[in-house]
Design a protein around this ligand. Structure first.
Ligand SMILES: [Zn+2]
Length: 252
């Protein structure tokens, strides 16, 4: 177990006020705060604990290890900005769509030459989605390697950090669409993403977020595929990313 949060000076956070109950299991990635007599000020929000803003025994205010940045503009420009800012990881959120209404699997796309840590993150993400939503992972572990020219390749290829394009569910599948349209479903997807980041990038840093099909300079009206029952791919993917950012930053 490792402390997910720390004080601004890098020391482990110890809560100032006396005693509250918490469950280590509820922290993203299984992380825990070392319990002691002074542990307190912990409130549970969904399955994640929000610590941010509370005061430690030395009086400094707790900040999360993670800061999320939503990158906008054309895909290439987003990657250049994320590279420049030194993001620790980068995720572009899409949903899948198929003519075959039965198609239903979870996958994460990475460039085929991706580093082992990138592939590990993609596997962890797909596993977290499958565990929370009971989905089937494509090719066993959900990871798809992209070659130059493949759909999605240029969305992530110029990333200097581990990058993946996620398609956890199908907007064209009735059951999947129902999950995507529900807040609980999107929260489960957000938790899966946050869990995978906490697991693979435990030291924190800037988490780069990109909404597929939205905020592109060259195609500002685009919103991706329509979701069965209402809504569109891009707006619902954005909703998941906002929830994931809140979990990672401990805002709830
Ligand atoms: Zn898409």
């Amino acid at each position: 177990m490792k402390n997910l949060f720390e004080c601004a000076d890098g020391r482990n956070f110890k809560f100032a006020k006396p005693q509250a109950v918490f469950r280590a299991k509820t922290l993203p990635g299984g992380y825990s705060v070392t319990p002691n007599r002074n542990d307190s000020a912990i409130r549970l929000i969904q399955t994640t604990v929000a610590f941010v803003g509370t005061q430690c025994e030395r009086g400094c205010t707790l900040a999360s290890r993670y800061r999320s940045v939503c990158y906008r503009g054309d895909y290439r420009k987003r990657l250049e900005k994320a590279n420049l800012e030194g993001a620790i990881c980068y995720v572009e959120h899409h949903f899948n769509s198929s003519e075959n209404k039965c198609a239903a699997y979870t996958c994460a796309l990475v460039v085929s030459s991706a580093t082992p840590i990138t592939k590990r993150w993609a596997r962890a993400y797909c596993r977290c989605v499958a565990e929370r939503l009971g989905t089937t992972m494509r090719n066993g572990d959900g990871v798809v390697g992209l070659l130059p020219g493949d759909r999605g390749f240029s969305n992530i290829a110029a990333a200097a950090m581990p990058a993946m394009l996620i398609e956890p569910l199908f907007v064209s599948n009735v059951g999947h669409a129902r999950i995507i349209r529900s807040r609980e479903g999107r929260l489960a997807l957000a938790q899966a993403l946050a869990d995978s980041i906490a697991e693979v990038f435990p030291n924190g840093g800037i988490v780069g977020l990109s909404v597929g099909h939205k905020y592109r300079d060259s195609r500002p009206q685009e919103r991706g595929a329509s979701v069965i029952g209402g809504g569109n791919e891009a707006d619902l993917a954005e909703s998941v990313l906002i929830l994931a950012a809140d979990i990672l930053e401990g805002v709830g």
